[in-house]
Design a binder for this molecule. Structure first.
Ligand code: AMP
Ligand code: MG
Length: 483
């Protein structure tokens, strides 16, 4: 790997230098060939293993933990920072640079009461979801590898430490701007330095002046809306949408107790620490706006309030536009001439479908996948038998067909649907099974699951059991934040 050190060199005072603590007996639990392609010369060698586990120095790397703050479950924590993530620098790759971070790499000045470590189960989950989301086209940070070890760590009981090697276009979070706006270490000059760095690195067409700042904040609003529209369309619940877990680039980021919906449920909560459902599946679009409002507040010293407000006012429309685009593709609907009436009609059609899924306790992913197999020209759909209220479904089907119009080539239509509606997603129970196998010393199920999720749209009939709804024990698994 070859590094540049722009953050490290240009943003002195925005991080602390640290030393990774190393792992005893490190071994690859999984490696992503696909993520490795993002970097120059990344291959799973023994020396890279020792470097990424923190046992040996990586040539060209700086080791640092970034400082940031954030709103956690609605309340402001004035200083958080990377408590267990150590960044090595920006590694070069064929399409640009990627921050390389060792999540679970050891203590930092921001570890507070924590031990700076990640347990294997959470490291494996982050690895899997990063790669799984990418392959269903959801903007996300990536994961190069997950490294297991003998090192014991204590949570509710003794567990093994691991490291997820995270690749991110940037690790800058909403919380960075909050920190340098609100904390005694911050100032208008530092906030501006951070914004200018972000613009220069990631928005090369924008200028570092009030016009550039305005365009930039509008872009952040649009990118955040787009990310959340993706989550809603694929049925993904992030679980901890604190502002310190929101990437400024609109990439899904910092995964903890996330889950894909099995049964469709607007009120689904995947996080054990969120009994009130602040981050329930159906709340995510609203939370995205709330988080952007916190970011806007932090930017007030730099950007006129009315500029910030008018950008925020566009959030909902961005979200709806992206959501409509994604859901139309799932259902095979095309738009000849866009109109508010058409949008409203389509949203209602989609809403009625998801409400029926909820009423009938049907699987979200599998129900959409059915559109790859059904004949949309038939007057009555075989799907109807899955629904409790069949007349309600039949009425919906009629409306759907009318809206769909003529389908000339049914097979092509089905193929398009199967390239958009995944067959395989990272269901919690699948991750859980892979983790249990790793605990028993068998990495093969993890690697197989990872491979499968790199081709989520392919039929792969030999793996059809991975597409099944969860068994009784795996339904509605709620994960804890303890990681
Ligand atoms: P998260 O919930 O993973 O987004 O983490 C929130 C904050 O807690 C961040 O500042 C993390 O770096 C920190 N943190 C989480 N787990 C640990 C740990 N095991 N050791 C140190 N800091 C941690
Ligand atoms: Mg976090």
């Amino acid at each position: 790997m070859k590094f540049k050190q722009d953050y490290f060199e240009q943003l002195v005072g925005f991080y602390s230098q640290v030393n990774p603590q190393g792992l005893s007996n490190p071994h690859w639990l999984a490696w992503s060939d696909d993520a490795a392609k993002l970097l120059d010369n990344a291959a799973p060698s023994e020396s890279l293993l020792q470097q990424l586990s923190g046992n040996q120095a990586m040539p060209g790397a700086s080791y640092y933990a970034q400082v940031y703050s954030g709103h956690q479950f609605g309340g402001y924590t004035p200083r958080l920072g990377d408590g267990r993530s150590i960044i090595l620098g920006e590694a070069s790759g064929p399409q640009g640079h990627w921050d390389v971070a060792l999540k679970g790499g050891g203590l930092t000045p921001y570890s507070r009461q924590g031990d700076g470590r990640a347990v294997m189960r959470s490291a494996v989950r982050e690895f899997l979801i990063s790669e799984a989301l990418h392959h269903i086209h959801v903007p996300t940070t990536r994961a190069l590898a997950v490294i297991g070890s003998d090192l014991p760590v204590w949570r509710e009981s003794q567990e093994q430490a691991a490291i997820t090697v995270r690749l991110a276009r940037s690790h800058i979070r909403f919380g960075h701007f909050e920190y340098f706006s609100h904390s005694p270490e911050g100032s208008k000059a530092k906030l501006q330095q951070l914004v200018d760095f972000t613009l220069t690195q990631h928005y090369p067409t924008l200028t570092c002046d009030s016009q550039g700042y305005e365009l930039w904040f509008n872009q952040v609003v649009a990118d955040t809306a787009k990310m959340i529209a993706h989550w809603q369309a694929v049925g993904f619940a992030h679980g901890v949408m604190n502002t310190d877990n929101m990437s400024i680039l609109g990439d899904s980021f910092d995964f903890g107790p996330f889950a894909f919906l099995d049964t469709f449920n607007e009120d689904f909560i995947c996080n054990h620490s969120d009994p009130e459902g602040r981050y329930a599946f159906g709340q995510q679009p609203g939370v995205g706006l709330w988080n952007l409002q916190r970011l806007a507040q932090a930017l007030v010293p730099l950007i006129e309030s009315d500029v910030l407000i008018s950008a925020l006012n566009r959030y909902q429309q961005h979200l709806i536009d992206h959501y409509l685009t994604l859901m139309r593709a799932k259902l095979g609907l095309t738009v000849e001439s866009a109109s508010p009436e058409q949008d409203e009609f389509d949203l209602a059609l989609m809403g009625e479908f998801t409400m029926m899924l909820q009423q009938s306790q049907l699987d979200y992913t599998n129900s959409f996948r059915q559109f790859s197999y059904l004949d949309p020209t038939q007057s009555r759909s075989e799907l109807a038998d899955d629904f409790i209220d069949r007349p309600r479904f039949d009425a919906w089907w009629q409306q759907f067909q009318q809206r769909l119009g003529k389908v000339k080539d049914v097979e092509a239509w089905q193929q398009q649907r199967s390239a958009i509606n995944p067959k395989y997603i990272l269901r919690n129970y699948l991750a859980q099974e892979a983790i249990i196998a790793v605990e028993e010393g068998n990495n093969q199920p993890l690697q197989q699951l990872h491979q499968l999720l790199t081709q989520p749209f392919a039929e792969q009939p030999e793996f059809a059991h991975y597409a099944q709804r969860p068994p009784q024990w795996g339904q509605g698994l709620i994960m804890s934040c303890s990681s």
